[in-house]
Design a protein around this ligand. Structure first.
Ligand code: BG6
Length: 491
């Protein structure tokens, strides 16, 4: 083990492929800076960016100084920022290049530091995962203390995900592989486990006897400018549902694990995915909705988004919105629909899990509406329990739904860390609990693939919805036919 002066923190060489890309500049480097400020990087830890950029260390530090500053509070700690910049290195690598010079340069930089933790963070396209791992092995860089982090997307269907898993698994053991889903690093998501399993009152009512349905929404105001190359081949189902929304569903629905340990939690999550009722063939028409935003006011439609390649015939079939009625076939959840919804260019940015409880068995008051627990991931992390209360007044008893609200921002003085901070800290500590295991990713694709097949076979295009609205009419009908409505419509 390396010697260092920060207790519990190992010295590491963190090698980021795609190290000058958007994710690195906007998320990873700011998160690492915060880790550094909070004393979670040992003094000798280095961050080595790999890219085709042909940059020197000085060039790269200059680029980070110019571009990352905007995302971090540098001014209140200028010397800390200088120290962070000093950790940064750059190695140019020509993927598939004949001379292999980049790999030699990386090997030279890492030589003599075999006792450190080595983290290879692949923030590069998934087709590079296998080849990069093989190059690392061929250059003799994979040590027993090495880990590899895989960014999404992990394939575009089950066979491609399995291929990636096989290729990476040929070089690294499963315990060394960290598949990232940044939603798992969000505070409220981790709090969901605490809320469910550190409080006694919820568990007895967390089932089909008391819960009517669950809604999981990830709504975004952003569109896809400049992203057509990626998004045309992804769409909302692969981009958001296969990973982020299904992760939220598993944490909401999983059985209590016997221990707070990496395998116990992931074992329970995978069981939920395996219990999802398949949606295939004509059922897709009943249980799923696809939408694509069209131009409205100043907002362009998907086909007119600027800054990327021109739309193709296939672009018209890409869903920028989807809503799904999922069912979990087990004792706890039989008959409780889980509605999933995500979309670009919606009127608000909001990610939340809404657990809608059943109405009282017998009401002695007129009207009234059932209880609801809202777990908000963003914009403001918090938990709300909506209860019925009597409005003050001497006349008739008037009922009003009111929230008991916990805002993390207001209740705790601590800064709420970005998801990547938490996840990078866990990677550096070797803790995979919040990362997806191979069987989990593959179980998610196993459920998604038949939906993709059904959509492919359907000549109909996604339903249009004007940019800035809550999605196509079909999404409202999906709930409306059973007398339910999406959460915001009741506010
Ligand atoms: C990414 C998707 O995984 O998550 C993006 O590729 C999406 O399309 C983003 O915008 C949403 O993340 P967040 O944390 O802003 O909800």
């Amino acid at each position: 083990m390396s010697t260092h002066s920060v207790p519990g923190v190992h010295t590491a060489d963190l090698v980021v492929f795609g190290g000058t890309g958007d994710l690195s500049m906007r998320k990873l480097l700011p998160a690492l800076y915060h880790c550094d400020r909070d004393g979670r990087l040992s003094p000798a830890t280095r961050v080595i960016a790999m890219s085709r950029g042909g940059l020197t260390d000085a060039d790269f530090r200059g680029k980070v100084d110019a571009e990352v500053r905007a995302f971090v509070p540098v001014d209140d700690d200028p010397s800390g920022w200088e120290r962070f910049l000093g950790r940064l290195h750059h190695v140019s690598v020509d993927v598939g290049g004949a001379d292999g010079s980049g790999w030699h340069d990386l090997a030279a930089l890492l030589a003599g530091h075999e006792d450190r933790d080595r983290v290879f963070y692949l923030a590069s396209p998934p087709r590079t995962f296998g080849p990069f791992c093989r190059e690392l092995a061929a250059a003799g860089l994979v040590t027993p203390r090495s880990r590899v982090v895989l960014e999404k997307p992990l394939g575009h269907d089950l066979p491609s995900a399995q291929r990636i898993n096989d290729e990476v698994g040929a070089i690294f053991d499963e315990r060394q592989i960290f598949r990232i889903d940044h939603y798992l690093g969000k505070e409220t998501v981790q709090n969901l486990l605490v809320l469910r399993f550190a409080n006694a009152f919820l568990e007895p009512i967390w089932n089909s006897l008391w819960i009517d349905h669950v809604q999981i929404t990830a709504a975004e105001t952003v569109g896809t400018p400049g992203r057509r190359g990626y998004y045309d081949h992804a769409g909302a189902l692969r981009d958001m549902v296969q990973n982020h929304l299904l992760q939220l569903l598993t944490l909401t629905a999983m059985e209590p694990p016997a221990r707070n340990d990496r395998e116990a939690i992931r074992d329970e999550k995978v069981k939920v995915l395996q219990a999802l009722r398949p949606i295939a063939g004509t059922e897709a028409g009943r249980f799923t909705v696809r939408g694509q935003y069209t131009g409205a006011g100043d907002l362009p439609g998907y086909l007119d988004e600027p800054g990327s390649t021109p739309p193709t015939e296939g672009s018209r079939r890409v869903e920028t919105f989807t809503a799904i009625r999922a069912e979990i076939r087990n004792w706890r959840w039989a008959g409780v629909p889980f509605y999933l919804r995500t979309g670009k260019r919606m009127p608000y940015r909001r990610s939340e899990i809404v657990v809608q409880f059943k109405d009282v068995p017998h009401s002695i008051f007129p009207g009234g509406s059932p209880n609801r627990l809202v777990l908000r991931l963003q914009p403001e992390e918090g938990i709300e329990l909506h209860i019925m209360a009597k409005e003050p007044g001497a006349g008739e008893v008037t009922l009003k739904p009111v929230p008991l609200a916990l805002s993390f921002g207001k209740t705790f003085s601590n800064r709420v860390p970005e998801a990547y901070e938490r996840l990078l800290t866990d990677v550096l500590a070797g803790n995979p609990t919040l990362f997806m295991r191979r069987d989990e990713v593959e179980a998610a694709w196993r459920w998604i693939d038949p939906i993709l097949d059904a959509w492919r076979a359907d000549p109909a295009l996604p339903e249009p919805y004007p940019a800035g609205t809550t999605g196509p009419a079909g999404a409202h009908e999906l709930l409306g036919r059973s007398g339910r409505a999406w959460h915001e419509e009741e506010l």
